[in-house]
Every structure is written in C-alpha cells, then in structure tokens.
Design a protein around this ligand. Sequence first.
Ligand SMILES: Cc1cc2nc3c(=O)[nH]c(=O)nc-3n(C[C@H](O)[C@H](O)[C@H](O)COP(=O)(O)OP(=O)(O)OC[C@H]3O[C@@H](n4cnc5c(N)ncnc54)[C@H](O)[C@@H]3O)c2cc1C
Ligand code: FES
Length: 262
Amino acid sequence: MPPKLFQSEILAIEPELGDASRVTISVPAGMANEVRPGQFVHILPRGEGTLDPLLRRPFSVMRPRPENQSVDILVRPFGRGSGWIARQKIGASLDVLGLLGNGFSINPSARNLLMVAGGVGAAPLVMLSEEAVEKGLNVTFLMGGATAAALLSPSQLPESVEYVVATDDGSQGHHGFVTDLAPNYVPWADQVFTCGPEMMFRSLRRALEPHRLHRKPPIQVSMERSMACGIGACLGCVVETKKGMSASCVDGPVYDLDLIDW
Ligand SMILES: Cc1cc2nc3c(=O)[nH]c(=O)nc-3n(C[C@H](O)[C@H](O)[C@H](O)COP(=O)(O)OP(=O)(O)OC[C@H]3O[C@@H](n4cnc5c(N)ncnc54)[C@H](O)[C@@H]3O)c2cc1C
Ligand code: FES
C-alpha cells in the first residue's frame, strides 16, 4: 500500500513505560492488515492555526488492530512534538502520513529470535515478537530502561516470549545495560533485532562482536534519525552506510547493523 495522508482519531490512551503512553489511532481501511513490524507513521504534532512545530515526527507501529482499523503507537513525551501528541485526549484528530519505511524481515530458516530493546524502541519489537510467535518461532526479548517503572509491561508480549530485563539503577533484573545480557544468547539466536537509542546499538555491536563468527547471527537495527519529509525528498534523515548515503525514511529505518558505517 503506498503511503497515504489521512486524518486519524485517537481511540484510546493507556500508560506504558512510566512516562510514555500507548496510543491507539484509527487508520484507513486495510492499513492495519498491511503494516509490517518496523514500519512507522509520521504525525504532524500541532493543531490548527499554527505552523509550530513545522515538521512531522515518526512513531513506530507497536501493534496493528485490524479488527477496528487502528494501530497502537508508543509515545514518550521527549520534546515539543512528542510532548504535544502525548497531551492529546481521546477523540482528538491527528494529521498522519503512513505507512512509511521498510520494516524488519525474519529469515525463512530462523527459529530463535533475540530482541534487544531500549525504552520506546520496544514498540516495533513487540509487533515483531507477536508475528514471530504466530509463526511458531522462539523469542527472547531483552528490555532495558532507566528504572523498573520505565520497562515494558510483560502483558504487552505473548506469553511464550522469554522476557529478561535490565535497569540502570538495578531496581529490576540485571543491574546495568541491556546490552550486557545479549552475548549469552548469541549461540542460541538465529537473528538479532534491535531498536532504541543509537548509543545502545554501538554498545550492542561492541558486546556481540567477540561472540559472532562470520557476522552470524545477523543483526537488524532500526535507526532513529530525525526526519522531515518522510518520503525520500529532503535527505534530512540520511544514514551513512558502507554502500553510501541512505535515506532512512524510505530505505530504512531497518538496516543490517554490519552495513552501517559506524
Ligand atoms: C523511525 C522512527 C521511529 C520512532 N518511533 C518512536 C516511538 O515509537 N515512540 C517514541 O516515543 N518515539 C519514537 N521516535 C522518536 C520520535 O519521533 C521523537 O520523539 C521525535 O523525533 C523527537 O521529537 P520531539 O518533537 O519530541 O523533540 P524535539 O523537540 O524535536 O527535539 C528535542 C531534541 O531531540 C533531538 N531529536 C529530535 N529527534 C530526534 C531523534 N529522532 N533522535 C535523536 N534526537 C532527536 C533534537 O535535535 C533536539 O535536540 C521514532 C523516531 C524514528 C526516526
Ligand atoms: S525525511 Fe526527508 S528524505 Fe528522509
């Protein structure tokens, strides 16, 4: 389905990850059936009568809800744009462009999938985990946050997913970075998927490098670059790859970690 510009309604808002919210927004007919894990919607974070903020903000789809033509997104009030979206109430109207981006892909031969999530980076990995479990695959979901309150609620994941957490302050699970946990799973994992802050990707890369052989298991990463147009026109979101510059809104946001020029 090509990207569409549409008016969406906020259907539900639930607290999640401490200061973030799980927001259910309506989407055009058929879109919730088409969305792939890792794709995102680009939301204009302002009301009528103002041009500020000027640019849309990207949000990964956390969960499609085809039964009522809607999707869930996870919104952390980080700055002006996400803060405006987080302040909206049920029934509010949003100007949305979507679906955008390429999404994650599960190799047909993979059986064991390792997710490594930091903060709101959990959103696309929840959807990927649900899809994987439906296919009968094994999923371990590593989640990192500053405190216990900032972690994803386990009820957001299918029961069969092994959920392991790390907190910066040691209030739950491993006391330290989520990337400290990942090397233990390298012999088991056929594929690794990660989403979160860029610093986390760098530390994941460093942590896994000594344990990987011939770049196995492969690692897919969803890059979080600031975006403007969302359709490949402004080059505001470029990622430097070993094959040259890449517009992450259309060629990404998901890349092979080994392809990124760190
Ligand atoms: C593909 C993609 C998926 C995303 N999914 C989610 C999601 O599911 N949930 C969620 O809460 N957020 C998500 N984000 C991030 C969300 O879009 C940011 O909160 C938003 O871009 C920041 O906008 P703001 O208006 O809140 O902050 P601003 O007020 O615009 O910025 C505050 C500060 O942060 C910097 N900044 C702005 N954008 C980014 C960025 N993307 N990365 C690093 N620094 C930045 C600015 O330069 C500024 O210094 C995603 C981003 C991308 C690219
Ligand atoms: S945001 Fe304009 S090219 Fe990607």
